[in-house]
Design a protein around this ligand. Structure first.
Ligand SMILES: [Ca+2]
Length: 103
């Protein structure tokens, strides 16, 4: 699927990355992230090395796994991404408002 806009590109990337990692474990559901797949995705695609700590990884898994099936489906993953986008947006808005004050 060829995308011609930045937001479409971002969505295609998000879906593609999720499925690339979700299909890694042969024994697990290919449409959901297992704990090890989640760990690898967080480290390689979000530069979050704190998931090396098993307790932190367990905590994240518990937080994301809303239906309690032990895996992270796409909707649960998107909740994480949306939360991170909101934090990023808050930071940008803060920076812009600080910049406006100093002008
Ligand atoms: Ca789940």
């Amino acid at each position: 699927m060829a995308c011609k806009s930045r937001v479409s590109d971002a969505i295609a990337t998000l879906v593609g990355v999720f499925h690339e990692y979700a299909s890694k474990d042969c024994e697990e559901d290919h449409f959901k992230l297992s704990k090890s797949e989640l760990k690898e995705l967080m480290q390689k695609e979000l530069d979050m090395d704190n998931v090396k700590d098993p307790a932190k990884l367990d905590e994240l898994m518990k937080e994301l796994d809303e239906d309690g099936d032990g895996q992270v489906d796409f909707l649960e993953f998107v909740g994480l991404v949306a939360g991170m986008a909101c934090v990023c947006n808050d930071f940008i808005e803060l920076m812009l408002s600080e910049q406006a004050k100093s002008e």
